[in-house]
Design a protein around this ligand. Structure first.
Ligand code: NCD
Length: 486
């Protein structure tokens, strides 16, 4: 345990790095900034500056295009009286010369007090955090997460609806490639929302995200339906079961027994629209894409629904809605300034008000054991866009996986620590586990799934017997396999 005088450096890589209490604390500080520095003509706009952040420097390190995220972070720091240094074009930074992200971070951490990073690879912000002695904020990493966008989204919803708990939110578009969506649905589920996914064809939420919603955040998934597909199925819903009235519905047994019509007909609090993330797909993968327009919004269940979008929009959100009283997307972007001021305030431990100065706790994630693999040996993350598979990071991003245990000793799966993609049991069925003390291996993941931390240090998981044998391990003789698992 670190001494009290040396607080742990906090990073915000995933929205799940923040407890619900911390999210609320960020909103209280953001509101305090709006009250103090708001533009009298526009209630959502910060129009004045202060000096609370003077003598602090924010580094913005953007390896991908950005308008709102980078500029609102920089504005936030400037409005607080701080300074900024920025690298927004990898073509003119050392990345072009082949410098690893790990090295870049270790250099920049000596130039600034806080870093916001955007990167095309999933998990890049987690790798940056591993190498950074100062706070790292994820400004979007591949299609993994974009937690500060979610803070803006939730704050917008809270301002509009005066609450965060138990909302009903429809999400439309590219639910697979949109990092904003992934952070958003985790947060919504944790705040007890009913989530209605409306994906474009083939762009459903990734399997591992949908499973986490159900298994870790107690959302119940029915199905995901592409609007207009007219296959007779009901709308898709995630329903969290942490509300008593919902729990009683589920207590009846299988999810099929729930009267879904009850939810579908209920008024929706917001329709959240996302663009097709063309940079995450190949050209031939573009599909017909739902357009949200005045006609769509005519449905009675959307009569009071906010229309939200992280922006940029590229045709999927009709500009005719701009003057609709339900459109909140420009306010959503404006809130990027007070929200990011509040986040910087918390991460730097600045004293905005008496009660809330630093992050008190952190989201109580289930404590998954971590399997750390020797560099250059064993298995790789299955996600080809994971930072751990980037050749320039191969000496820095040692493969690490959470062991997500199942209900029985022989079940469980591995989840990449960087991009949080799960290795499916089907993929893992040929894996073998080698024991470095005995120089043999056994088939299947079982010896690793329930090993103690100490025991885990002596195990290497391989994708195949051939890989284990290449590193000098041999199969444990049959009959002794069962004992090897203990
Ligand atoms: C989003 C992003 O970069 O993921 N933009 C943003 O930060 N507001 C959404 C998008 O690009 O579609």
């Amino acid at each position: 345990m670190p001494a009290k005088s040396q607080p742990v450096t906090r990073h915000v890589v995933s929205i799940n790095d923040l407890s619900k209490r911390e999210i609320e604390a960020i909103f209280e500080i953001a509101q305090a900034y709006l009250d103090e520095l708001g533009d009298p003509k526009y209630h959502y706009r910060i129009g004045q500056s202060t000096d609370i952040g003077s003598r602090h420097i924010l580094a913005s390190l953007f390896y991908e295009p950005s308008t709102r995220t980078r500029l609102s972070f920089e504005t936030a720091m400037l409005r607080m009286g701080g300074e900024i240094i920025t690298s927004d074009d990898p073509a003119v930074s050392s990345a072009k010369k082949g410098e690893s992200l790990a090295d870049t971070i270790r250099v920049i951490a000596n130039y600034a007090d806080i870093i916001v990073i955007r990167h095309p690879k999933d998990g890049a912000a987690r790798l940056a955090a591993e190498y950074s002695p100062i706070p790292i904020i994820n400004g979007g990493d591949g299609s993994h997460e974009h937690p500060t966008q979610t803070l803006c989204d939730l704050f917008t919803l809270k301002k509009k609806n005066k609450r965060l708990e138990n909302m009903k939110i429809a999400i439309s578009g590219d639910l697979k490639g949109s990092r904003t969506i992934h952070s958003f649905v985790y947060a919504l589920a944790r705040f007890g929302a009913i989530i209605e996914p409306m994906p474009a064809a083939g762009m459903e939420l990734p399997h591992h995200v949908d499973r986490r919603l159900r298994e870790e955040f107690q959302s119940k998934l029915v199905s995901q339906r592409t609007p207009g597909s007219d296959d007779g199925s009901i709308d898709a819903l995630y329903v969290t079961s942490d509300k008593p009235h919902q729990q009683s519905l589920f207590a009846a047994g299988e999810v099929d027994e729930v009267d879904y019509g009850f939810f579908i007909q209920k008024k929706v609090d917001a329709v959240y629209v996302t663009r097709f993330q063309k940079e995450r797909w190949s050209e031939d993968q573009q599909q017909p894409y739902l357009k949200i327009d005045a006609k769509f919004m005519k449905d009675a269940k959307y009569s009071d629904a906010s229309v939200m979008h992280p922006l940029p929009r590229v045709g999927e959100l009709d500009i005719d809605l701009d003057n609709d009283r339900r459109a909140v997307y420009f306010q959503q972007a404006a809130y990027g300034v007070p929200i990011r001021m509040a986040l910087i305030t918390m991460l730097l431990g600045l004293k905005k008000n008496k009660s809330l100065q630093t992050f008190p706790d952190g989201f109580a994630k289930p404590e998954h054991p971590i399997y750390r693999q020797p560099i250059g040996m064993g298995l790789r993350c299955v996600n080809e866009n994971c930072i751990s598979r980037d050749p320039s990071e191969q000496h820095y991003a040692a493969n690490k996986f959470y062991i997500v245990r199942g209900a029985t000793p022989d079940t469980g799966r591995l989840r990449c620590l960087y991009c949080e993609t799960d290795i499916e049991e089907e993929t893992a069925k040929n894996f073998v586990v080698a024991d470095t003390t005995k120089h043999h291996y056994v088939r299947g993941l079982e010896p690793a799934l329930h090993a103690s931390d100490d025991r885990l240090r002596h195990l290497i998981i391989y994708e195949s017997e051939a890989d284990a044998e290449r590193d000098g391990y041999h199969a444990r003789a049959m009959g002794r396999v069962a004992r090897a698992a203990n």
